[in-house]
Write a protein that binds this ligand. Structure first.
Ligand SMILES: Cc1cc2nc3c(=O)[nH]c(=O)nc-3n(C[C@H](O)[C@H](O)[C@H](O)COP(=O)(O)OP(=O)(O)OC[C@H]3O[C@@H](n4cnc5c(N)ncnc54)[C@H](O)[C@@H]3O)c2cc1C
Length: 252
């Protein structure tokens, strides 16, 4: 409890996905991954916490042409995994300090949808697909769609993320300090067939996929970390660097 009006009326640590889904579907159910964002948010309504940590959804597995990362894999598990491409490991490391990384999960990072998230930006560029389970159904959605429409995960549980393995990837960001959240970050991925996807953070209310030839259409909002004009300039420079790092600009 954080104040007079905050009220956690129940705490559940279900052992099966079905049990967890039934709890998550309650109007007062709040899914908890690592809890680093949920616990920092002053909720003003009675809630029951549905802690996912006993579901065994924390594996990182290699499958043909892709990785499957469980929703409760911690950010530090990503940083430490030899299976995960180096670019994504670095982006997970940039996400938060080690104290947070050892609790925060991949599912919670997607659920939180932080507009400056380096890992989300990387996952977008990789073309990640999010597995979402609900009572009686399972679906898979592109991360881009999930960031666009939170209704795709509300009342459900993110179970895993599949990450296509790409031929080359590169990330370039600018922050106030090397370990601060980047003001703007660009991540480019080149698939084996030659198509390239580019994602950028810090230029919209969430990380976005961009057409490198249409960057002038971005309309970033300025704040204390960087004006709109500075962010636009960073996007130009950082996208060009990320594209150069993957060897060209053919678009997906
Ligand atoms: C000191 C501090 C520094 C931070 N710095 C950063 C930062 O630099 N960059 C950044 O992006 N974030 C930052 N955060 C925010 C937060 O730590 C991250 O967003 C983190 O990745 C959230 O992961 P989590 O597992 O702890 O999420 P939780 O707090 O457990 O959940 C976050 C949201 O996702 C939902 N959720 C969680 N798991 C699932 C699931 N499997 N299915 C469906 N919904 C789910 C929750 O209901 C909640 O709405 C910071 C937080 C703190 C306290």
């Amino acid at each position: 409890m954080k104040g007079d009006e905050d009220m956690i009326t129940g705490y559940f640590r279900p052992r099966t996905l079905d049990e967890a889904l039934a709890l998550a579907a309650r109007t007062d159910g709040v899914v908890v991954g690592g809890g680093t964002a949920v616990n920092a948010r002053p909720d003003r309504r009675p809630v029951v916490a549905v802690d996912l940590q006993a579901l065994g959804l924390d594996g990182i597995h290699e499958e043909p042409g892709r990785l499957r990362v469980g929703a409760t894999a911690r950010l530090q598990d990503i940083v430490d995994s030899d299976l995960v491409p180096d670019v994504l490991r670095s982006l997970a490391r940039l996400e938060a300090p080690s104290t947070i990384r050892n609790a925060a999960t991949v599912g919670g990072t997607i659920g939180g949808g932080d507009p400056d998230s380096p890992l989300l930006t990387g996952l977008l560029a990789y073309g990640a697909i999010v597995g979402v389970a609900r009572v009686g159904s399972k679906a898979r959605h592109p991360l881009d769609a999930v960031l666009d429409d939170r209704g795709l995960i509300e009342g459900g549980i993110i179970t895993d993320v599949t990450i296509p393995l790409v031929e080359r990837a590169g990330a370039h960001g600018t922050g106030r300090t090397p370990m601060d959240s980047p003001i703007v970050m660009a991540v480019a991925c080149r698939e084996a067939g030659g198509t390239v996807r580019v994602a950028v953070s810090g230029v919209a209310t969430r990380p976005v996929l961009v057409d490198p030839e249409q960057l002038a259409r971005l309309d970033p909002r300025g704040d204390f970390r960087g004006s709109a004009a500075f962010r636009s300039h960073l996007a130009d420079v950082l996208v060009a660097r990320a594209l150069a790092g993957v060897g060209g600009s053919e678009r997906a």
